[in-house]
Design a protein around this ligand. Sequence first.
Ligand SMILES: [Zn+2]
Length: 237
Amino acid sequence: MVTWENTFKEIEDARPDVAVLPVGALEQHSLHMPMGTDFILAQDVARRIAERLPNAYLLPVLPFSNSQEHQDFVGTVWVRPATLAAVLEDICMSLRHHGIKKIVVVNGHGGNWILKPAVREINLNHRDMKVIFAAAGALASGTGQQEELHAGESECSRLMAVAPHLVKEERVDCVPVEGREFLDYVGVRKVSPTGVWGRATRATKEKGEKALEEGVARMVQYITETFKRLEEMERQT
Ligand SMILES: [Zn+2]
């Protein structure tokens, strides 16, 4: 594995054929977790994935993405969906310029819906590219009621596993009665004044370690099998 800590010569000699791009976010994570939660987790997951792929180039995390639903909380910074799609395409084209045509996008923020159609467009417009979308957190269905969505048991447990010093002891729970789609209508603060959606008081480091380990194993298996299948398909044509 090579990363941004290597020189260009080291990357040239390693000739990585796949790049791993973590996409994070800078947004409120209630009273108990830091603004940087999503990019800390995305970077960690991306590193674990890159370490397990044969010859990967781990890219630095993209710290800003589509966090408009958190805009009522100070400190949150977002880029528009179209901006994120354009940045992703530019990154992929930069890598392609030097022959890195397999890219894994590790998404750490559930609100980045635009990444799916953006990945589709890059793949179908540039048939030599193989861009795979991987979700670091629980990227669940788009509408309806959900128990765990943001800064709750699942995400808090994972941050406790990765950066325990950044999680505060005092934690709050809130499971709004509204469906997830209300984030599209009114944003987070109207449905959860404390910014949490889930039960953070149930979070533990052990749960986080288990979820990360299993999630990464599943993603590595999916990525490996999908690249293999895509290459088979390419040879057949
Ligand atoms: Zn988050």
